[in-house]
Design a protein. Structure first.
Length: 165
């Protein structure tokens, strides 16, 4: 049987991604994600604890993380655990375990273009010129419109706080 190393976390970014490049030009982004755990202790009191995870993304994934992730945004990260070891300037050996991101899904609202002071250009059209779901549904053939509208209604009912993980 093969070994298995997989980490999946759903939490909020504690800081904006830090983008840098290796000497050979490879992009790398690092950020931290906080996950919360709630439980009831033996005396019936609700307890809560936060765990902080360091995440590293490489290549094109790093560039995408840097573009769309920001402090406070909810994100689902899928990757593998990796531990690095080094000796500090004080001569003490240190270890750090990180999640090497292989995939991620950003949840919740994106960055607002107005707040950043610019409008992202996509070809010759701005992002504001892109059609929304309603406009796309209106352009569909009649037989597909009802199922698309039903799917949108179902999508509207999903509450991320109801997801058990």
């Amino acid at each position: 049987m093969r070994d298995f190393n997989k980490a999946i976390i759903l939490g909020n970014l504690t800081r904006d991604p830090e983008m840098r490049y290796t000497p050979n030009g490879q992009p790398v982004a690092s950020f931290a994600v906080a996950t919360n755990r709630r439980w009831t202790d033996s005396s019936g009191n609700l307890q809560e604890a936060a765990e902080f995870h360091d995440v590293v993304a490489w290549g094109k994934l790093a560039e995408i993380c840097n573009q769309i992730l920001y402090k406070g945004r909810k994100v689902l990260v899928e990757g593998r655990l990796q531990t690095r070891s080094w000796e500090g300037q004080d001569g003490v050996k240190r270890n750090k375990t990180e999640i090497i991101a292989e995939n991620f899904s950003a949840l919740g609202p994106g960055k607002t273009r107005e707040a950043e002071g610019f409008e992202e250009q996509v070809g010759e059209k701005s992002a504001k010129d892109e059609p929304g779901l309603e406009e796309v549904i209106e352009e569909m053939p009649e037989e597909k419109k009802s199922s698309a509208k039903a799917s949108k209604k179902e999508e509207d009912k999903i509450d991320l706080d109801d997801i058990p993980f």
